[in-house]
Design a protein around this ligand. Structure first.
Ligand SMILES: [Zn+2]
Length: 202
C-alpha cells in the first residue's frame, strides 16, 4: 500500500490515492456483485482536486459529522476512518471500511442538487447478525445485503423528495450501483454493487 503524507490546513493527514483505495477495497471484497474499479472515474472529473465535503446526521443517536473525505485528488484515510466509525452498526457496535465510492456518489448527487445539507442516515454498515435480524422484521431486507459488505447506505436529504434524489442518482449515469427508492419510508438506498433500480414502496 502506498501511503504519503501531506500537510493540509496545518494538520498532517495520512492520505491514500483514489485509485489505491479503490483497488484495496476491490481486493478485500471482490465478488460477483462488485462494480468494475474504474467506475470511480466517472464520478466527476478525476482531475478535480477540490476538497469534497460530506455531512451526515444519525437519526437514532442524533450524532452529526462533517468530513473532508477527499482532497487534492486523494481520499483522506483519517477522514474515511472517522466516517467508518460514524456509520458503524449501532446494534452490534462493529464497523468495517465502507466503500469510499459511496461518498463520491452522495457528493455527486448533492452537487447536482446544489445542496450542502447533511444526509440523514437510516442505515449504513450492518453486521451479518444485525442484517439477519432485520430481514425477519422488515420486508425488503435482502439476506445477502450489500450493507454487510460496507457497500450500501440508506439516506434521506431534508428538503428533497425521494423521487428527486432517485432521479438525480439515476441521471449520474454511472453504469453501476443500486438505487432503491422507499418513498413511504422517506429514504433511498444507494449501493456500489451491480447496476439495478427498484422501488421498495415502503
Ligand atoms: Zn439499504
Amino acid at each position: 500500500m502506498r501511503r504519503s503524507s501531506i500537510a493540509l490546513l496545518g494538520t498532517l493527514f495520512i492520505v491514500t490515492s483514489v485509485a489505491d483505495a479503490s483497488a484495496q477495497f476491490e481486493a478485500r471484497s471482490r465478488s460477483a456483485n462488485m462494480a468494475p474499479p474504474d467506475v470511480v472515474w466517472r464520478l466527476g472529473d478525476p482531475h478535480d482536486r477540490a476538497p469534497r465535503i460530506l455531512s451526515f446526521a444519525n437519526l437514532r443517536t442524533k450524532e452529526v459529522i462533517t468530513a473532508v473525505y477527499r482532497s487534492d485528488g486523494v481520499y483522506l484515510r483519517s477522514q474515511l476512518d472517522r466516517l467508518d466509525s460514524f456509520l458503524r452498526d449501532h446494534h452490534s457496535g462493529t464497523q468495517v471500511a465502507l466503500d469510499p465510492r459511496l461518498y463520491d456518489i452522495l457528493w455527486s448527487i448533492q452537487k447536482r442538487l446544489g445542496s450542502k445539507g447533511a444526509w440523514h442516515v437510516a442505515s449504513a454498515y450492518r453486521s451479518p447478525k444485525t442484517n439477519a435480524w432485520l430481514s425477519t422484521v422488515h420486508n425488503g431486507v435482502a439476506r445477502d445485503s450489500l450493507h454487510m459488505r460496507g457497500q450500501a447506505i440508506d439516506v434521506m436529504l431534508p428538503g428533497y423528495s425521494v423521487e428527486q434524489i432517485r432521479s438525480t442518482a439515476a441521471a449520474l449515469g454511472l453504469g453501476m450501483g443500486g438505487i432503491g427508492a422507499y418513498p413511504n419510508s422517506g429514504f433511498i438506498h444507494i449501493d456500489t454493487g451491480a447496476l439495478r433500480q427498484w422501488n421498495g414502496g415502503s
